[in-house]
Design a protein around this ligand. Sequence first.
Ligand SMILES: Cc1cc2nc3c(=O)[nH]c(=O)nc-3n(C[C@H](O)[C@H](O)[C@H](O)COP(=O)(O)O)c2cc1C
Length: 359
Amino acid sequence: MSRLFEPLTLRELTLRNRIAMSPMCTYSCEARDGQASDWHLQHLASRAAGGLGLVLSEAVAVAAGGRISPEDLGLYDDEQVAPLRRIAKAVRAEGAAFGVQLAHAGRKAGCYRPWDPRRGVVGGADGGWPDDVIGPTAAPFGDANATPRALDGDGIASVVRAFAAAAARADAASADVLEIHAAHGYLLHTFLSPLTNARDDGYGGDERDRARLLHEVVDAVRTTWPEEKPLFVRLSASDWVAGGWDVDATVRLSRSLADRGVDLIDCSAGGAVPGVQIDAHPNYQVAFAERVRREAGVASGAVGAIADPLQAEAIVAEGRADLVLLGKALLRQPYWPIAAAKALGAAPPWPRQYAWAVG
Ligand SMILES: Cc1cc2nc3c(=O)[nH]c(=O)nc-3n(C[C@H](O)[C@H](O)[C@H](O)COP(=O)(O)O)c2cc1C
């Protein structure tokens, strides 16, 4: 019996298995209006047809200024709801649940997409917002990034409101799961990490004050995101830097997030500061998910260099995580769950339309 292919119930949602698509930006809103296009529809729905339990969207910005690139998805405008609802419907039609990852890119916002030969910050004349990038302090991520404006009290309140409003729009788009992106050096992570937060007001200083913004965001989101739907938070469990955010802090934070109505901690790592060498060997982040699950009393998700079915099965069977998230493996092989089911002796989740081809 495969444990990877056992259903997972969180609140009133049951996933058909424990395999999720990890959020991955595709920088593909060509109209730069934050609206999902046919690209996003086929990209996400085809992974659902591949047999996933949960398809998580790429980072969806809660404010126009919170997009990593001008081509990112957004949920800061009501016009952005209907195109996402179309995707949610298509994903569910293939048997998977659909989740939206809400994000604010903070001091990493407003950059050219990775394949653009121009590098760094998009200029104002080219549709960028280099003078309207925000962060906990006025320190840029790196030489190629804009210098952010340190958020004042009103700015912080408007970020909290933006997450809550975007959560309401995700519900209007009929998403089944919401994930708050508090990892990878984006706005919420930069408040958490001592490497990037040098504030001396109630939003900086000790660990509890650095977590204040994320706590406020979670509390606000829980008022607009329905009680019966699961809420995830993605954390960078370690900055991979001595003196940075670490897994002990992650376990403590996870406990407080669970108390506030978070159902699963998605355990990623890194991204706060540049120049960090990461050894991304198989399972390199799984220990974070294991500690959160065992010590914080909340479900966890493991992500990072998971590509082999037996590897994914062992993570769940050994109780190291409740959910396995796949990134690049699913870009290479959209039908990964079907192949994994065959390898693990489980019933492959073929779309019924393909029954004739099943061997
Ligand atoms: C092209 C690409 C885009 C990504 N975009 C996001 C994103 O929008 N949000 C996020 O939390 N992580 C993002 N990630 C990180 C992945 O979700 C995942 O955590 C990481 O790739 C490690 O998993 P993997 O080894 O299975 O790829 C991205 C990764 C890739 C390769």
